[in-house]
Design a binder for this molecule. Structure first.
Ligand code: NI
Length: 393
C-alpha cells in the first residue's frame, strides 16, 4: 500500500508544485478566501470527490465515500488563508497581491490536502472507509474552525488529522509531538483610568501612563515569582493607547496584549490573577481600572494513538532518522484545537527548511520560503497515515 501511495504521489508531484505556486502567488486574507476556495473546489471535483462550498463561510469540504456508507469519517484538515504581510522573497511565484502573503505555509497545507485527496481518490478499492477533507478559512484570526464546525463539518467524524509546516526541520523530515503541540491564546485588554492635569503639577493628577508602566512591570515580575516555572505563561502587551500632549498628564490608558499558556488549570486562574495585580497597583495610586479577558483558542493537545499513527506512518515511509520526536511544544496558537472538542485528533509538523541553507526564515517573516520538495513528503505521510488509520489493528 505504501509503495502504491508513493508512486501516485510522485507522479502527481509536478502538478502539486504548480498548484502550490498558483495558491502562493494569489494569497487571500482570512475570511476572504473566495478564489482559493473556488480553485480548491475545482481540483476536488475533478478528482471525483463530492464537494460542498461555502462551509464555514469561505471553507470547502470534499468527501470520499467508501462502501460502508454509514461509517464515520476520518477528517483531514488544512487551512487556506494568508497574512497581511508584504512578501519580500525574490521567488518567481511570489505574491501578486500587495501586502498579502502566504507567510505561514497555508499554501503548502492546502496543496498537501489536495494531494492527499487526489491520491486517496485513486485508491478507492483499497480505501473502503469515508474521508472528509476540510479546507478551512480564517485560521490566522482563529475563527475558521468554529465556522466550519457550526456548518456541520465535524458531524459523524471519528478522528481528525492535520499538518503544519515547520521551517526549522529540513524538508524530507517530519516532526511529531505527544501531548501539547501549541498553546492556548487569550486576548487581554486593560483600561486604566486616572485623572488629567498639568504636566508640571503631577501631584494634582493621577498619571495613567505611569501607572500603566507599573502594571506592565508588575505583571512581568509576578509571572517569574508567582507562576509555576514548569507551567509556562507568556504575557505580552503589544499595544498601548493613551495621552494627548507632552505637557498633559494622561487620564486614560488602554493596554492590549496576548496571554499564552499550556495547562488548562493554569489558564483557568489567569483572569483572576491578572485582575488582582492590576487592582493592587491601581488602588495604590488612586486609579480605577477594568480588565477584559477574552478566552481565545485552547491548546492543541495531540491524541496519543493518532500521534503514534503519524510516527509509525512516517517511520515506515521515511525511516526513523527522518521522524523527529519534538521535545517541546510551541507557544504559538492554532485553531485546530477547536475541532478537538468534537473528536480526537493530531497534527504533525512538516519540515520545509532548505537543508543546505544556514538561515531558514521563520513563519510570518516576509522572506519565509518553504522547500517545495516537502509537499510530496506531506502528501505521502498524510495519505499513508489515513490508510493505516482504517487498517484493523
Ligand atoms: Ni499557520
Amino acid at each position: 500500500m505504501l509503495t502504491h501511495i508513493k508512486d501516485l504521489a510522485t507522479k502527481l508531484a509536478p502538478r502539486l508544485i504548480e498548484i502550490r505556486r498558483h495558491i502562493h502567488s494569489h494569497p487571500e486574507l482570512s475570511g476572504q478566501e473566495y478564489q482559493t476556495a473556488a480553485f480548491v473546489a475545482g481540483v476536488l471535483s475533478s478528482s471525483g470527490l463530492r464537494v460542498q462550498e461555502g462551509v464555514g463561510k469561505t471553507g470547502v469540504v470534499g468527501e470520499l465515500h467508501g462502501s460502508g456508507k454509514d461509517q464515520p469519517f476520518l477528517a483531514i484538515r488544512t487551512d487556506m488563508d494568508a497574512l497581511p504581510i508584504q512578501e519580500s522573497t525574490e521567488l518567481e511565484y511570489a505574491s501578486r497581491k500587495e501586502g498579502v502573503m502566504h507567510a505561514c505555509g497555508h499554501d503548502v497545507h492546502t496543496t498537501v490536502g489536495l494531494g492527499t485527496a487526489m491520491v486517496l481518490s485513486q485508491m478507492a478499492e483499497e480505501l473502503r472507509e469515508n474521508v472528509r477533507f476540510l479546507f478551512q478559512p480564517a485560521e490566522e484570526i482563529a475563527q475558521g474552525a468554529s465556522w466550519m464546525i457550526q456548518d456541520g463539518a465535524m458531524k459523524n467524524v471519528s478522528a481528525i488529522l492535520g499538518v503544519h509546516v515547520f521551517p526549522s526541520i529540513p524538508a524530507g523530515s517530519i516532526g511529531v509531538r505527544y501531548g501539547a503541540l501549541t498553546a492556548a491564546a487569550d486576548d487581554l485588554e486593560i483600561l486604566i483610568m486616572g485623572e488629567s492635569g498639568h504636566g508640571a503639577r503631577p501631584h494634582e493628577a493621577i498619571d495613567a501612563i505611569w501607572i500603566a508602566a507599573q502594571v506592565i512591570t508588575a505583571l512581568q515580575q509576578a509571572i517569574s515569582r508567582t507562576q509555576n516555572p514548569l507551567r509556562p505563561v507568556v504575557l505580552s502587551i503589544g499595544k498601548i493607547n493613551g495621552g494627548r500632549a507632552p505637557n498633559v498628564i494622561a487620564d486614560k490608558v488602554q493596554l492590549l496584549g496576548t496571554v499564552r499558556s499550556l495547562h488548562p488549570e493554569t489558564r483557568a486562574q489567569l483572569p483572576n490573577w491578572i485582575e488582582k495585580i492590576v487592582a493592587n497597583v491601581c488602588h495604590s495610586y488612586g486609579a480605577s481600572y477594568q480588565v477584559n479577558y477574552h478566552q481565545g483558542v485552547p491548546s492543541v493537545n495531540n491524541d496519543y494513538k493518532l500521534t503514534q499513527l503519524f510516527q509509525s506512518a512516517g517511520e515506515e515511509a521515511w525511516g526513523s532518522d527522518r521522524v523527529q520526536i519534538l521535545p517541546e511544544p510551541s507557544l504559538g496558537a492554532e485553531d485546530f484545537s477547536v475541532y478537538l472538542d468534537h473528536a480526537p485528533g493530531a497534527m504533525f509538523r512538516l519540515g520545509v527548511g532548505y537543508p543546505d541553507r544556514i538561515i531558514n526564515h521563520p513563519l510570518h517573516h516576509p522572506e519565509f520560503d518553504a522547500d517545495e520538495s516537502a509537499i510530496v513528503t506531506g502528501v505521502i505521510t498524510m495519505a499513508y497515515a489515513a490508510c493505516k488509520y482504517f487498517q484493523p489493528q
